[in-house]
Design a protein around this ligand. Structure first.
Ligand SMILES: *Cc1c(COP(=O)(O)O)cnc(C)c1O
Length: 408
């Protein structure tokens, strides 16, 4: 795209009413936290990379000291199913990035999701999902029906619909923004207001934006969840999750869920996350820029019906996002699985696979050929193709897409 075309595209976008973020904004403190400033290097024997404390248990000077440790397992290193220094170091960093009091890292994003549900819900409670939601999170809610927890998925995301979706027994509102596949953004202020007035907990899956581009806790949300497998890890080499919130809620989550279901993060995985964090700002800036460039190219392509990227949103609530990640979707001009597969299979630089947020570009379609109705139930068009724009360079990826979209 040359400069004039870029301006046209920008204007067209502005006309859609969206608040386009041309340059991503990353807080200076966040940049320094990611780079490791503030780490207690002396306590690590001078090591600039935090050591991996690969131990299951910790020895004590006396039985009394052990007992004192056991009384505070959420902060003392007694047993690595509770607290481990390598995991602790990355938890403290993620808590600071999200502006939360406390963070716990877990073995996966789903372990984080499960821990929140286990610590916040009981039999008789109702859980409300607002916006398109990660599939396994919804599947978990279906399992929870066995334990007397009911749920609804709400795709109408205006204030009135959300208010009508609440029940007297609603205890948790689950938010994902930008939401799965269609990247629709939620306006947090009215949702938080509704929840607070009724004493309902709000949990927010912030995996899409990473802690650098969105801080839901600063908008009044109670708990933030991450699949750290995605951008925080960032190299497609670790499965990890995190939950961030107030000290009180996180203490409850530790004792009610994490310590007992045992889905803890391994020290080596914590080390990998810490390494991922080092380059998070530089990666996110490139995901923003290249994702937007690829999305713009597709928006003008004759074979593309629609692009689902927050920059193309009808009305992106200003002030929540400070940048875009590289994950978005587009609708092909055909609903047939064969046509979708022809485009996907023709791509050279986009690897075909699940997941996203790593250095390599990834492509997938939710269309399996036999599930058009269930896609429609989540408001998703059959011709959907999702891209995770990696770090190869926008020009390379645009050429790749141009070639693949020529195939008929
Ligand atoms: C991947 C993902 C999860 C689950 O994370 P895992 O690390 O795979 O367990 C949760 N939420 C969203 C939005 C995800 O993309």
């Amino acid at each position: 795209m040359d400069r004039a075309e870029e301006c046209d595209s920008l204007r067209a976008n502005a006309n859609r009413g969206g608040r386009l973020i041309e340059q991503p904004v990353i807080d200076r403190d966040d940049e320094l936290i990611c780079l490791g400033h503030g780490e207690d290097v002396a306590a690590q024997g001078g090591a600039l990379a935090p050591p991996i404390v690969q131990t299951s248990l910790f020895g004590h000077q006396s039985l009394a000291e052990l007992m004192a440790g056991l009384a505070h397992e959420d902060s003392q290193s007694v047993y690595s199913r509770g607290t481990n220094p390598t995991v602790r170091a990355v938890e403290e960093k993620i808590a600071r990035l999200e502006r939360g009091e406390a963070c716990r890292c877990l073995a996966s994003g789903m372990a984080a999701v499960s821990a929140v549900m286990m610590s916040e819900l009981k039999s008789g409670d109702h859980l409300l999902f607002v916006n398109q939601t990660y599939g396994p999170t919804l599947q978990l809610a279906r399992r929870l029906e066995r334990f007397g927890v009911s749920h609804d998925l709400l795709l109408a995301i205006d204030r009135r619909s959300i208010e009508e979706g609440l029940r007297p027994e609603t205890r948790l509102i689950w938010l994902e923004s930008p939401g799965t596949m269609l990247c629709r953004t939620l306006e947090l202020a009215p949702i938080v207001e509704l929840a607070r007035a009724r004493g309902i907990t709000t949990a927010f899956d912030n995996s899409w934006a990473s802690p650098l581009f969105q801080k839901p806790l600063t908008h009044g949300v109670d708990l933030v969840v991450h699949s750290a497998t995605k951008y925080i890890g960032g190299h497609s080499d670790v499965i990890a999750g995190a939950v961030i919130g107030s000290s009180e809620r996180m203490r409850r989550l530790f004792y009610d869920a994490l310590l007992l279901n045992g889905g803890v993060m391994a020290p080596h995985d914590a080390w990998l996350l810490n390494r991922g964090l080092r380059t998070l700002p530089v990666r996110m800036r490139k995901h923003h820029r290249d994702g937007l460039a690829v999305a713009r190219y597709l928006a003008d392509h004759p074979r593309v019906r629609q692009v689902f990227h927050p920059a193309w949103a009808e009305s992106e609530p200003s002030g929540q996002l400070s940048g875009y990640s590289g994950l978005f979707a587009f609708e092909l001009d055909s609903d047939s699985f064969t046509d979708i597969a022809r485009v996907v299979d023709a791509l050279e630089y986009f690897r075909i696979g699940v997941s996203w947020g790593g250095v390599e570009s990834i492509v997938i379609s939710p269309n399996r050929g036999d599930n058009v109705e269930s896609l429609a139930a989540q408001g998703m068009p059959a011709g959907l193709i999702r891209l995770s724009v990696g770090l190869e360079g926008a020009d390379v990826l645009i050429e790749d897409l141009a070639r693949a979209l020529e195939r008929r």
